[in-house]
Each structure stands twice: as structure tokens, then as C-alpha cells.
Design a protein around this ligand. Structure first.
Ligand SMILES: Nc1nc2c(ncn2[C@@H]2O[C@H](COP(=O)(O)OP(=O)(O)OP(=O)(O)O)[C@@H](O)[C@H]2O)c(=O)[nH]1
Ligand SMILES: [Mg+2]
Length: 463
């Protein structure tokens, strides 16, 4: 789907700003710019060194002035794409951008497709596939945590860990395959004990990486936090308080919220996705029952659950039954938030005796008046282990990588089972290959043009 070898151009900035940047990459990038760019000293861009910036006027193909610009020159291979490149900084008017692009097109530049600059960077070996994908994540990162995830991946830590692992497995695969070449002679090149050890270690590492996806994906999309509880306890009021705006409808009518309301909020650099749900109770109202059904679905997918209650309900058997009915699964965190404690004084619910009644923390707050909301925020940020995240730990945040890791782990399991039951070497080697192939798709040692198309179509134009 991507053509190579020609010269491409596209704006790299979103419309609406004071300035805009237009990128040109390809063998004719500088010659092409020279046709519409005039420097006061008459110098030509194609004679300039890489990493230099030049002031001048841009004119269209009929010589009509378009804009005063700065052009940055990059020379192959020291550029983002590995090709000759120019970046034109012009004024951000839509008309100016369109005119410059039209002129560049006239002179032979093709309009770049989404992600095409990064595809070229990948094909030139400037980035591996996981790093290229991190570029898109970097652009989308809206908070410190998702930025940390993307930058670790972009700087190649994750790719390096994977390549080391793949390298070791590759060596063993070659030894096994060598045995196949000598199958008549009944020799073993691959030491079976070492093979087992390596398989165990690789399976561990890969599973650990795959397991980190739950956190990685949550950080990327926003950690899902479900706000649940009986009707009328103030769930929507709490959402509004956290957001700082009147987003959800609040009323003293029980059963106000029916549809699920989702809002993203950044706390301490971590993105949370708050989901306000319909209060849970027995109901004959069809609409309300549908809302409650959805609530249970949200609860099963949440990473953190805030069970909201009020002083008169707190400690009741119905509260306990409602929490039990949620059926917390592994890795889910829950806190009981007693709302409507309308006092600035430390809440009575902070008492250690009350805390010891439940395996979950208990907070007393007033959503309406804004008291002790910080205790809830601290609980939320404390649920996320940011230690590894900010120290460059490899955390998987990309669904494609996660699936490849799962496939690799399964294939390694099969390899291990094959060894244990003395299967013929060719079958063992085939399983090992399957695992290697899956790992290879992550960093792009193994790619198809479909895969590249799929990945880069999600990029913005100009990147
Ligand atoms: N006194 C007091 N009232 C509150 C507080 N928080 C919410 N309320 C009131 O409680 C009532 C219900 O609030 P909502 O936020 O709509 O409650 P909800 O849990 O979303 O209710 P449903 O959507 O019906 O399940 C409203 O009248 C709020 O003003 C609080 O901290 N103190
Ligand atoms: Mg509500």
C-alpha cells in the first residue's frame, strides 16, 4: 500500500495554530523546494548542510508570493525518514498551507498517506515496529503516565529486552534445525537440559510482559474506575466533584442515572476513566433494570471500584450483600466511600476500628460540599504502581503486542510439552519457530504489508 522511492509532502501540524510545519521527504525533497523557495542571498537548499535553517520566500509555480518561511534541511541518512528532507515553517493559515502543498504537488511531490514518514523511518531501519508504534502513542499521550509508557517504548528498552530473548531462542532453534539436517546420524546438538532451562526462562519473561498489559492498556486508555452503590447515595455528585463540573444529572429521585456516564480525569499524572453507573436495587422499571444490568458489566471490567454508601446504610447487611454480589476478581481494588459526611472535621469513618471491619479501606466524604475528596484521590493514585512505570520498566500497552506475546507463550508451552514427551525434533523445532515468528512480529523482524498498512493507517498524516 505504501510506495517508496518517490518524494512525499504533508503538513505535520494540526490546523488552527499561528505557525504550521510542512514536511517533505524523498530523493528530490531539496531540489523540489528550491523550485519554489528563494533566499535573499540566492543560495540553494540543495547545497546546504543537514541540520541548517534558511530564511526566504515561497512562491507558487507562477511566481506568485505565498509566504515568508524558514526551511530546515536534513540530509540522508541523518533524518527522521533516513532520506533527504525539508521542513517548511510557514504561517498557519489554511490557505497558505494548501497553496504550498499544491505547489509542491505541481513540482512532483505526492501527498503523504497517514503514517508514511514513519513507515519510511521503519523501512530505513531508523526505528523498529514497536518504536514506530510508540511514536503514535507519544503523540496521543495526554498525561505523565501514558507519556512514560510511550517514551520507554520509543527509546527501545522494550525492543531490546525482546530482541535479547529472541536471539537466545533463535540460537536454540538453529541447533535443533541442524539436528534435522543430520537426522540419519542420530546426533543431538541442542543440549536438552539447557533447552528446558531457556524455555522456562523465556516463558517466564514473556508471561510477565504479557501480564503487564492489563496495567499498560489501562494506563493508555485511562484506568477504569466504576462508581457504584445504592440509588441516591451521591454517585453522580462525586463524579461531578472529581470532574469539577456539573456533568451528570443529580437529583434526590432515586434512579436518576440510567445510562452509563464516562469521563476521563488525570490525577497525579495518571489518567483515570470514571464510570458513573445506575444505582443497584430491585426494580420493576424496564429502563432502570437495563441500566442496572449494564452496571454489572462495567463492574466486571473496572480495575478499581468505589462503592458509595451513606452513613445510614453503612454497615448494613444489604451493603455487605451488595459488595459481595459484585464478585471482585483478581487484581480488582475496592474502597467503601461513605458519602454525605457533611463536615470538615476528620470523618468518624477514618477510625481504625471501623477500618478493621472490612478488608477494604473506608473513607468518609461529602461529595456535595467537597470534604475529604483528597483521601479518595490518594487511594486511586495509590492503586497504580508507578515505580516501574517511571523507571523505564517494560510494560506492554499495545493490544497487538499483547496478542503476539500470548501466541509466543503458547508456542513455547507446546515446545516444552513436546520435549517432555520426546516428540520428534522436527515437531519441537516447528513449535519453537512459531514462537519466534510471533515475537518477530512485535519489533517487525517479520512483517507483511497488510500488517504495516493496519498499523500505520492509525497514524496522523504528516507523521
Ligand atoms: N447532604 C448531602 N447530600 C448529598 C451529598 N452528595 C449528594 N447528595 C444529594 O443526594 C441526592 C442524590 O445524589 P446523586 O448524585 O444524584 O445520587 P446517585 O447515587 O447518582 O443517584 P442515582 O443516580 O439515582 O443512583 C441529591 O439530592 C444530592 O444533592 C452529600 O455529600 N451530602
Ligand atoms: Mg446518579
Amino acid at each position: 500500500m505504501f510506495r517508496h522511492g518517490d518524494t512525499i509532502a504533508a503538513p505535520a501540524t494540526a490546523p488552527g495554530g499561528a505557525l504550521a510545519l510542512i514536511r517533505i521527504s524523498g530523493p528530490d525533497a531539496l531540489e523540489l523546494c528550491d523550485r519554489c523557495f528563494t533566499s535573499p542571498s540566492g543560495k540553494l537548499l540543495r547545497h546546504q548542510r543537514g541540520g541548517t535553517v534558511h530564511y526566504g520566500n515561497l512562491a507558487d509555480n507562477e511566481g506568485n508570493f505565498i509566504d515568508e518561511v524558514l526551511v530546515t534541511v536534513f540530509r540522508a541518512p541523518a533524518s527522521y525518514t533516513g532520506e533527504n528532507m525539508a521542513e517548511i515553517s510557514c504561517h498557519g493559515s489554511r490557505w497558505i498551507i494548501a497553496e504550498i502543498l499544491r505547489t509542491l504537488n505541481r513540482y512532483g511531490a505526492r501527498t503523504a498517506e497517514a503514517g508514511e514518514f514513519t513507515v519510511r523511518a521503519f523501512l530505513a531501519g531508523k526505528l523498529d515496529l514497536a518504536q514506530a508504534e510508540a511514536v503514535a502513542d507519544m503523540i496521543a499521550a495526554g498525561n505523565r503516565a501514558s507519556h512514560a509508557l510511550a517514551s520507554t517504548q520509543l527509546r527501545g528498552h522494550y525492543s531490546a529486552a525482546l530482541s535479547a530473548l529472541r536471539g537466545e531462542l533463535l540460537q536454540l532453534a538453529s541447533l535443533l534445525e541442524l539436528e534435522l539436517d543430520f537426522s540419519e546420524e542420530d546426533v543431538t546438538f541442542a543440549d536438552r537440559t539447557a533447552l528446558r532451562e531457556l524455555l522456562d526462562r523465556a516463558t517466564n519473561d514473556i508471561t510477565e510482559l504479557a501480564d503487564s498489559f492489563l496495567l499498560g492498556n489501562a494506563i493508555r486508555e485511562g484506568i477504569p474506575v466504576a462508581i457504584t452503590g445504592s440509588p441516591n447515595v451521591g454517585k453522580s455528585t462525586l463524579l461531578n466533584r472529581l470532574l469539577g463540573e456539573e456533568r451528570a444529572l443529580v437529583s434526590d429521585i432515586a434512579g436518576t442515572t440510567r445510562d452509563i456516564i464516562t469521563e476521563n480525569i488525570s490525577l497525579d499524572g495518571i489518567g483515570f476513566r470514571f464510570i458513573d453507573t445506575a444505582g443497584i436495587r430491585e426494580s420493576n422499571d424496564v429502563l432502570e433494570r437495563m441500566g442496572i444490568e449494564r452496571t454489572y458489566k462495567v463492574l466486571s471490567e473496572a480495575r478499581i471500584i468505589l462503592y458509595i454508601t451513606e452513613p445510614k446504610e453503612f454497615g448494613s447487611t444489604s451493603m455487605r450483600a451488595a459488595i459481595d454480589a459484585i464478585g471482585l476478581h483478581d487484581g480488582q481494588r475496592l474502597a467503601i466511600v461513605v458519602n454525605k459526611c457533611d463536615s470538615e472535621k476528620p470523618s468518624a469513618f477514618a477510625d481504625p476500628q471501623i477500618q478493621s471491619l472490612y478488608p477494604w479501606p473506608v473513607f468518609g466524604i461529602s461529595a456535595k460540599y467537597g470534604y475529604h475528596i483528597d483521601t479518595v484521590k490518594r487511594f486511586l493514585t495509590g492503586c497504580i504502581d508507578t515505580e516501574g512505570l517511571y523507571n523505564g520498566a517494560s510494560i506492554v500497552s499495545n493490544t497487538r503486542h499483547y496478542e503476539a506475546l500470548r501466541t509466543a507463550a503458547e508456542a513455547l508451552d507446546d515446545t516444552r510439552r513436546g520435549l517432555d514427551s520426546d516428540l520428534p525434533t522436527d515437531l519441537i523445532a516447528a513449535d519453537l519457530r512459531r514462537s519466534l515468528d510471533a515475537l518477530g512480529t512485535i519489533t517487525g523482524e517479520i512483517t507483511t504489508s497488510d500488517l504495516l498498512g493496519e498499523i500505520f493507517s492509525k497514524f496522523c498524516v504528516g507523521k
